[in-house]
Design a protein around this ligand. Sequence first.
Ligand code: NAI
Length: 248
Amino acid sequence: MDIRLDGKRALVTGASSGLGVHFAAVLAEAGAHVTLAARRIERVQGEAEALRKRGCSADAAALDVTSPEGVAGFFEAAPAFDILINNAGISGSGAAIDMPLEEFQSVLDTNLTGAFAVAQAAARAMKASGGGSIVNIASILGIRVSGHVSAYCASKAALVQLTKALALEWARHDIRVNALCPGYIETPINADFFASEPGRALITRIPQRRLGKPSDLDLPLLLFASDQSAYMTGSVLAVDGGHLVSGL
Ligand code: NAI
């Protein structure tokens, strides 16, 4: 089944690099008008321009998800979106015992509070316009844990639970909220790590013995974004080559 998003308006946060750029392209190629948002306006402008050159419909906006004023100002000026991809995220790493509280807080601010602020603002407009679909990009680290990423694990676990809580409250407004939990996906930012000895060792622990490709997320993303999944809300979908079911 071909999943099309013609006539839909989509917002992708953190669309200046990695998966955000990829998600924006997937939605735009399926026919949606996509707004690419991130802190660095020049980066998202460049990505939107590249999409337009490919015949897609896209524009760009500056948006820092940790700024309540910034989020409010953005949504005041923006049209209602049918689709929100809550993708902006930071990892934060280091041993928990040494982690400065500010660093822990900043991961929560971006990955949890930021995602909530954008979802809330988008949902207010969706409620008025008849509904929509929110896709929170969580992680398998929101379900299981790994060392030296305690703040990230906590933030993504909270995002998974937030997804369910918002799905419950907003179903009556025809707003669906689902979470996509990618496993380890190869992007330019982590390519060096996965080429290293510890990176290669990690790959051997993935049952499929390979990293994910951004394209492995395309169909799950489109499914959640589109009306084809009209009866799915509060769902948490792992796309991880079996990593979550690896043997203990
Ligand atoms: P990335 O670092 O390339 O992308 C994150 C994006 O979020 C960047 O564009 C960054 O500028 C943006 N961002 C950070 N703070 C922001 C803020 N305050 N306001 C607006 N934008 C902000 O990393 P990647 O890999 O593309 O990750 C995208 C999402 O996917 C993240 O939420 C990440 O946690 C999640 N994810 C990634 C996996 C992977 O293997 N690459 C696996 C599981 C989840």
